[in-house]
Design a protein around this ligand. Structure first.
Ligand code: THU
Length: 160
């Protein structure tokens, strides 16, 4: 038996204002997207923005309904819009933010497991990494180079 350790590098910015301009612009679009959130059940409003290879930014927000498990996360809403509008386009980066009237979200929010798996597949499909920018309403911002860093023991169809 051996003990192995996973090592994941990511950047931590003190606030979103410290981000490089392109990343800050994308995150600001996630804040805009959050405005379209429909979350009367959880009261947790999430916004996501995807930057495509062609420069387009696609926004999405979480959309809940009375049947809780059927709600759409912000990330997958954005992803669905992106593949519907630009099916062949590579995704370069994803930014996520969230807020709630219940408390202050002052640390970065991370995508749920389902969204990680869905966005990771976009990396496999185009054989390229997707940068992931995670933010709360305020506070530090985390930047990961690839979705694989959020789902390190992944399953890839290339194994088949
Ligand atoms: N949610 C997202 O939209 N993205 C995430 O990364 C985490 C969770 C949504 C799902 C649900 O509408 C609400 O946030 C509370 O979980």
């Amino acid at each position: 038996m051996e003990k192995h350790t996973l090592h994941i590098d990511y950047l931590v910015f003190e606030t979103k204002d410290a981000l490089p301009e392109a990343d800050r612009t994308l995150l600001e679009q996630a804040f805009v997207a959050k405005g379209g959130s429909h979350a009367p059940y959880s009261k947790f409003n999430v916004g996501a923005a995807l930057l495509l290879e062609n420069g387009e930014i696609i926004r999405g927000s979480n959309q809940e309904n009375a049947s809780y498990p059927l709600g759409f996360c912000a990330e997958r809403t954005a992803f669905s819009a992106a593949v519907a509008l630009f099916p062949e386009e590579k995704i370069r980066a994803l930014a996520i933010t969230a807020s709630t009237i219940l408390s202050k979200v002052d640390s970065p929010v991370a995508p749920c497991g389902i969204c990680r798996q869905v966005i990771l597949e976009a990396e496999f499909k185009h054989h390229q990494n997707i940068k992931v920018i995670l933010s709360g309403e305020t506070g530090k911002v985390f930047v990961f180079n690839t979705v694989k860093d959020l789902l390190p023991l992944f399953f890839d169809a290339e194994f088949l």
